[in-house]
Design a protein around this ligand. Structure first.
Ligand SMILES: O=P(O)(O)OC[C@H]1O[C@H](O[C@H]2O[C@H](CO)[C@@H](O)[C@H](O)[C@H]2O)[C@H](O)[C@@H](O)[C@@H]1O
Length: 289
């Protein structure tokens, strides 16, 4: 783990040199990466200029969004059909029909998307759906007296937000969550940015989703592929870690302050993320001539 990472913008030439002769695959987190953190999670809109930048980047590089949100919600925010989407921290993936079948994923089914394209739907926590709905309802009820607390159903996980709760009531939010999840040994708690996230104990996270998508895209060969993952939150560390362990690709942490991370580079905020994505497009265009 390191605490300081060079700026991906200042180090762009270094990244571009390393990417020469390789295919870049891009993986982007949503909240805090493509959209700024805001008080109301329903208002975490992406700007039009960010949307058109992501659209351009996806024209040149396979691009996926990997978010803690439900897949439908993140698609509602982003609205670009040219991307792949993984919601619920990677537990709900719509990707291309898998080219590599090196390992068995029994929960992977062929399906068609809204445009009629053949896709693969992968939902490794499918059996948890009724349990998650139950937990969501219990938490809505148990937190209703805590001013500012909100509960979000992210399909295969539940988020309990305390950003708008007075600090002296944060403990009460924790207690509500602990009280509910102690009845569900097959669920676990993870932490995000002023949010408690309840999710299945299955061995699956954003890092596994990244590997799954690379395999689906036929891009798991590190010799000629450079995966880049950009994210701001603790759950993105699973993806940074995988890239570091495989010595394949770069994690880029979006943060204004130094933090412990497995990322290689950093960007300060979504506006720098946009600048970095624009640089990738310009570099690709100029190197294609
Ligand atoms: O994986 P992500 O796409 O980063 O999603 C992680 C969580 O993001 C959202 O919550 C965060 O952003 C909100 C809007 O800016 C903010 O109000 C909240 O405090 C942050 O934690 C989302 O609402 C959660 O469900 C996601 O799990």
């Amino acid at each position: 783990m390191q605490l300081k990472y060079p700026s991906a913008i200042a180090s762009f030439e270094q990244i571009a040199n390393f990417a020469k002769g390789k295919r870049i695959a891009l993986f982007l987190d949503y909240d805090g990466t493509l959209s700024p953190i805001v008080e109301n999670p329903d208002n975490a809109f992406m700007s039009d200029v960010m949307r058109s930048t992501v659209k351009k980047v996806a024209k040149y590089f396979p691009t996926a969004i990997i978010s803690g949100r439900s897949r439908d919600k993140v698609y509602e925010f982003v609205g670009l059909t040219e991307l792949y989407y993984a919601g619920s921290h990677g537990m709900d993936i719509v990707g291309p029909v898998r080219q590599s079948t090196s390992d068995d994923h029994p929960n992977c089914i062929e399906s068609t998307d809204t445009q009629g394209n053949e896709v693969n739907l992968f939902q490794p926590a499918r059996e948890f759906l009724p349990m998650i709905d139950e937990v969501f309802s219990s938490l809505v009820k148990s937190t209703e007296e805590i001013k500012g607390a909100t509960v979000e159903n992210n399909k295969f996980c539940v988020s309990v937000h305390y950003r708008n709760v007075d600090e002296d009531k944060w403990k009460a939010v924790w207690e509500c969550v602990e009280d509910v999840i102690k009845k569900y040994p097959r669920l676990r708690l993870t932490l995000g940015r002023k949010v408690l996230e309840i999710r299945p104990t299955i061995n699956w996270d954003k890092g596994k989703a990244l590997v799954f998508l690379l395999e689906s895209l036929g891009l798991s060969n590190c010799d000629d592929v450079l995966p880049i993952y950009v994210g701001d939150d603790r759950t993105d560390e699973d993806a940074f870690k995988i890239l570091r362990e495989r010595n394949c690709g770069y994690g880029i942490l979006v943060s204004k302050s130094p933090k412990e991370s497995n990322a290689y580079y950093s960007l300060r905020d979504p506006s720098e993320v946009m600048e970095f994505l624009k640089s990738l497009v310009m570099w690709k265009k100029s190197s294609a001539q």
